[in-house]
Design a protein around this ligand. Structure first.
Ligand code: GLN
Length: 459
């Protein structure tokens, strides 16, 4: 990642030019050009003894992660004009290690979506094929990495929003264990699911960034105090892996036959290489998507209550009374998908339905977590598809939200159970579109996940 032979200024100039040449992708909502150049020249003048571990690394951030004195919109009209008073811990830690933040990246509004079409600032285009979606919700972040507009991006992953766009664009997308990276400064969607994640071109880049951003934080009590491992230094040390896969997932009726064949071929290859790979039956598959959408919409309806036109950004009218005021601001400030989720969430939390939906879903989440823990007693890695399909046409699923939700089946599992997961771009479909394989590990076993990923994608 460290391009020793060129200066930080040259690196920033290179990326600014690339962003300029690729404006049609709509990947960045704002580019911090002047500021990035100033910071680069400051970094260039630093003696090597004072350089951080990420000296001169040019990073883009999903516009859902706050950066002090910069706008943060969550790609929503309701936050238009809002400037953050503080930096997210993850962003601050990157800056402390010498990284250069080059801009904020387009995403689905409040992270709700799988295609990046739910942005108040327009859809993002997939650089591999301009007629298909880049995946979401961190679409701008994946596109920027794939199209060479920055070295790496920070995204957020509540139900696959880092791994899915990585899969559709052909980059690496990594979601840490829930609690490995501070959520302070991340605009909340569903707080018991949200994690900051990394999009990059190599596993080593992911490891270096994770090392910088992970670890305890006084500002987020759900962030674990567990010590961070030395991911970069230990990544090349190989270990023994016991690998599980769920035949119900690979053979699932929604999975494109080519995706299922390629993953089966990979499993065969790993076996031939002498690794232990075993099928494990997973009978809770059909409960995964409903459980995720009940719990995340419930949390979203509560988290998004704060956007009322009084405290942040958009204010449409003064209204005739307070109720009218809220109604106008929220009706016009939020997009369609966000409103659908707030209504769904309010419904599952309402008296009379609470036990039937919310409580039930919490019980199923617990079951999923227990079953997953049992699997990790015998295995180190679970191998799976990321998505049933490759990237689809822009507009193809916008009229059918349920079909879109079903596409999250393989990614939301890691968020429901809190385990770390990575999407590795190892395949190409006959349509020419890339797709990857997903590897998951036990909670806080990022190191063995990184080692296994490095083995699949050595660089
Ligand atoms: N597609 C999922 C959703 O819409 C993922 C969101 C995310 O991870 N932020 O909820």
């Amino acid at each position: 990642m460290k391009e020793e032979s060129i200066t930080c200024t040259q690196a920033v100039q290179h990326y600014l030019q690339a962003i300029e040449n690729n404006q049609h992708l709509n990947s960045f909502l704002e580019v911090f050009a002047e500021e990035a150049l100033q910071r680069a020249s400051y970094l260039d003048a630093l003696p090597s003894s004072q350089r951080g571990k990420l000296h001169g690394v040019v990073i883009g951030i999903k516009d859902i992660i706050c950066y002090k004195d910069h706008e943060a919109s969550a790609s929503s009209k309701i936050l238009a004009g809002f400037t953050s008073l503080y930096s997210a811990t993850s962003v601050q830690r990157l800056v402390d290690e010498g990284a250069i933040i080059i801009g904020r990246q387009n995403c689905d509004e409040f992270g709700m979506g799988s295609t990046n079409e739910n942005s108040a600032y327009g859809a993002v285009i997939n650089p591999i094929d301009n007629s298909v979606v880049p995946g979401g919700s961190s679409g701008g972040s994946a596109v920027a990495v794939k199209a060479g507009l920055c070295m790496a991006s920070l995204g957020t992953d509540t139900g696959g929003s880092v791994r899915l766009p990585a899969d559709f664009c052909g980059t690496i997308g990594f979601k840490p264990t829930y609690g490995r990276v501070s959520r302070y400064g991340l605009i909340a969607y569903a707080s018991s699911f949200d994690q900051v994640g990394v999009l990059a071109n190599t596993v080593k880049d992911v490891a270096a960034i994770l090392e910088a951003i992970a670890g305890p934080d006084d500002f987020d009590s759900t962030c674990s105090n567990k010590a961070i491992e030395d991911y970069s230094a230990e990544i090349d040390i190989d270990q023994k892996y016991r690998i599980a896969y769920f035949p119900e997932w690979i053979e699932h009726s929604s999975v494109d036959p080519e995706i299922s064949i390629q993953i089966k071929n990979l499993i065969d290859k790993l076996k031939r290489d002498g690794l232990e790979v075993e099928p494990v039956s997973f009978d809770l598959t059909e409960y995964i998507v409903p459980t995720y959408y009940i719990l995340t919409t419930a949390e979203a309806s509560s988290n998004l209550g704060r956007f009322d036109g009084v405290r942040y950004g958009f204010q449409k009218s003064n209204g005739s009374d307070l109720k009218d005021f809220y109604k106008h601001n929220r009706s016009e400030g939020f997009g369609k998908e966000v409103k659908r989720r707030i209504m769904l969430g309010s419904f599952v939390l309402s008296a009379g339905y609470y036990d039937a939906y919310f409580t039930k879903a919490q019980q199923v989440r617990r079951l999923l977590q227990e079953q997953t823990e049992l699997i990790f007693r015998d295995f180190d890695i679970i191998l799976a598809p990321n998505s049933p399909t490759t990237a689809y046409k822009i507009g193809e699923k916008t009229k059918d939200p349920l079909a879109m939700y079903m596409g999250d089946i393989f990614t939301v599992f890691a968020n429901l159970t809190g385990i770390p997961a990575i999407s590795l771009p190892v395949f190409k479909h006959s349509s020419n579109l890339p797709f990857g394989v997903q590897a998951m590990a036990k909670r806080f076993n990022e190191l063995s996940l990184a080692r296994f990923s490095q083995r699949l994608m050595p660089q």
